[in-house]
Design a binder for this molecule. Structure first.
Ligand SMILES: [Zn+2]
Length: 88
């Protein structure tokens, strides 16, 4: 029964993660947004060239890659979910 609770929590965390991703993505889509000098995730300095190239950038390159990977995983998860509901 403890496993059931852990599963519920995992689902909740996944939902919160996707919401956070959406917020981060929405912020990154604002062209006039202020670029961060230091990465929001790891505190690494973001190169000036990257900040100029991507207005409103908030993540360093490695964290952005990690973010993209996670976002891709969420999209795949959602696609699988909608397929299941179509079958039902
Ligand atoms: Zn970083």
């Amino acid at each position: 029964m403890a496993v059931g609770w852990a599963g519920d929590n995992a689902v909740n965390e996944q939902i919160e993660d996707s919401i956070n991703d959406e917020i981060t993505r929405a912020r990154q889509n604002v062209p006039s947004g202020e670029s961060l000098e230091y990465c929001e995730e790891c505190g690494e300095e973001i190169p000036e060239a990257r900040r100029k190239a991507l207005p409103g950038v908030r993540l360093c390159i490695s964290c952005q890659e990690e973010f993209d990977r996670r976002h891709k995983a969420v999209s795949l998860y959602n696609r699988r979910g909608s397929k299941d509901s179509q079958l039902k």
